[in-house]
Design a binder for this molecule. Sequence first.
Ligand SMILES: O=P(O)(O)OC[C@H]1O[C@](O)(CO)[C@@H](O)[C@@H]1O
Length: 533
Amino acid sequence: MGNDELWQRYQDWLYYHEGLDLYLDVSRMRFDDALVEELEPKFEKAFRDMEELEAGAIANPDEDRMVGHYWLRDPDRAPAELREEIVNTLSDIEDFARRIREGDITSPTGDRFTDILSIGIGGSALGPEFVSEALAADSPPMEIHFIDNTDPAGIDRTLNRLKAKDRLKSTLVIVTSKSGGTPETRNGMLEVHNFYDKEGLPFPRHAVAITVPGSKMDELERVEGWLAEFPMFDWVGGRTSEMSAVGLLSASLLGIDIRSLLEGAKEMDEATRVPDVKRNPAALLALAWYYAGNGKGEKDMVILPYKDSLLLFSRYLQQLVMESLGKEKDLDGNIVHQGIAVYGNKGSTDQHAYVQQLREGVPNFFATFIEVLEDRSAEWFEQNSYQLEVESDATSGDFLSGFLQGTRQALYENGRDSITITISQVNPRTVGALIALYERAVGFYASLVNINAYHQPGVEAGKKAAASVIDLQRKILETLRNTGQSDLTTLAERADAAEEIETVYKIVRHLAANQRVRLEGDRANPSRLQVSI
Ligand SMILES: O=P(O)(O)OC[C@H]1O[C@](O)(CO)[C@@H](O)[C@@H]1O
């Protein structure tokens, strides 16, 4: 296609939202009118599905749940019985955050809380991590740290860094788990609790819980008398919970304007209710994704924000897209192995990592550029008038923009598709809008390919498998205590795990590395190893 045709295609398919000052350009996705026509009936169903979802239908049939993340930013759309709790939770969050920031609520030593330690995983971490990286000021009212894994060394490093700065006594610990039982989060909470106990600091007076009422963590919070608790709702999925207490509490504590975040999301929601593909940005994204992967995820989604502060958007989208769309069965029970793989970090940095392969290598992807027009913050321009020219008539921001345009063009010329989303600046409204845009696009795409976007059965399988390894480990240790030293094969037999001898070997090797058992013999011949406690 020549430049004139491309310019015409750009204009024909350009979506512009005036209120949000947001552009969506799908012109470099080479779908044709025939596909748009073919998908028309599927989109009509997708629009109907979405309307029913927002009206309170059981849109997550596998878990018999409603899907209500859109209600978080527009409570009037929620079923009447839910509205009050949504509104009250938001004002409770704002009130608590204000009292913490103003020193009305202090730590047990009377110190103002200076730091937030957020313990959570998946949707209970990725949203807060993305939003704090994107929106926290250069010198925010509080510093935030994350424990989002059950890695003892990672937990120790975070705690030791806080201790080294004498900040433990002024740290607010937010433990977030919708289910209240996720092992990684439970482990992180117990490790931090233990560390505080050893430091002689009363953990409960530092701790805040965000969980579904009645969960194990809710029970613990009540028994131990934690500082506060905020509810999670069962009709909000983890990967769509940024606009609930999961994301709003830490954002508010960081001084981020959460009302703008919600407003941006609400404004995008209104835009993505329009039942017309060409006038609906989320439908345009779903169309582009369907075209790129032939409705089967045949191409990966590479997320390339040309803005440092949006670095974690791709990690956030990995869960939102892949945990929603990566499903073995469709809604009719057919085996479909659906999904779209997501990766990326930021431009232009990634041009010095993997863009070489994008430009010339295996064409198994489509790129999504995120362009931010303003090179620096509004505050910067209030204090500065002159930007450094790194070359005549060129600033570093011009180079960033040039790299985006150049990479988009270089990819297109070599037959690689891309989408470009353009916003004026990274602020709570535009971040809220981006989150809402992708939440809706995932929902539309799921309808197009007839899957449930709102459950995660595969993760349960992993959780069960992990639990069985831990159970086997207990049997191994009990066996060793009762029978003393034994070779690996005999140990496996005595632990009724002869069929899982490799797992037994992996367990004892890990235990030995952590001084829990002794392993003697030739490591290259594991079956003859002698194991003892
Ligand atoms: O908030 P919870 O219940 O601890 O779950 C954490 C994460 O684990 C999952 O349930 C499975 O990955 C996610 O959907 C969720 O965000």
